[in-house]
Design a protein around this ligand. Sequence first.
Ligand SMILES: O=C(O)C(=O)[C@@H](O)CO
Ligand SMILES: [Mg+2]
Length: 255
Amino acid sequence: MKFSANLGFLWADRPLPAAIRAAKAAGFDAVECHWPYAVPAAEVAAALAGTGLPMLGLNTRRGDVAAGENGLSALPGRSDEARAAIDEAIAYAQAVGAGNIHVMAGFASGEASRDCFVANLDYACRNAASHGITILIEPLNRYDAPGYFLTTTDQALQIMDAVGAPNLKLMFDCYHVQLMEGDLSHRLETLLRRIGHIQFASVPDRGAPDHGEVNFAHVFALVRALGWPEPLGAEYRPGGDTDGTLGWLKAMRQG
Ligand SMILES: O=C(O)C(=O)[C@@H](O)CO
Ligand SMILES: [Mg+2]
C-alpha cells in the first residue's frame, strides 16, 4: 500500500521543502499539497528531486480567502479569475511534475453556477490535457464547508458527464464522503473507474486514520484488493507534531 502525505495539513508548520523532506523521512511514497503558490516552484522541485518523492497534486487558488472565498470556478461573473487560477495551477503543476489539479468550485448554488462550473472545467481539461494533467473535482462536506457548490459524489458524476472530458476525475475524499453519504465500500467499488485520487482522515474529527467511525484497515485492504495503484492521500489534521501521529503508517508498513 502506498501513501501520500498531504502537506496542507501534515508538517504544515514547516516550509514546504522541509515538509517534503519530513514526509520522505517518515516513509511516505509521495506528497501532495493545497496551495503552494507562495513558494517558488523551483524550490519545491528541488526538494522533490532531492527526496525522490513525486508531487501528486495541488489545488487552484481559492480567491479572496480573507473574505471567505473557497474557490472561483462555479461563481458566475468570475470566470476570468477562475481561469487565471487554472492557468497558474497548470504552470505550477508542470514545474513540479504534479499530475493532478483540484479545481475548486467555491460557495455557490443553482443552475447558473452549475453551467459556469461546467464551462470552466471544460477550459481546465482542455488546457491540462496537452500536459498530461488530470483535473479533479472534490465534493466537500456541509459541516466544514457549508454552502460549497459540490457536496456529493452523485453531483460530481453529473458534472463530469456534462463536461465529458477523459482527464476529469473525482477526488474521493473518504472523510467528506463518509460525512455526506456513507457507504464507503460500495461507493469505492462502483466509482473506482471515475476516481483520480483518494484521500482519507478519521471521521468525524479529521484526525489520523486510527480512530473514529471508519475502519480504515478495512478501507485500505479493500482499495488494495480493487487494484488501486496510486498512493492514498493522508489529509488529516495532526493537531500538533505530525511525527507523533504516524503509528497508523508504521502499523501498515509492518502488516
Ligand atoms: O478539504 C479537502 O478535503 C481538500 O482536499 C482540499 O484540498 C480542498 O479544500
Ligand atoms: Mg480532500
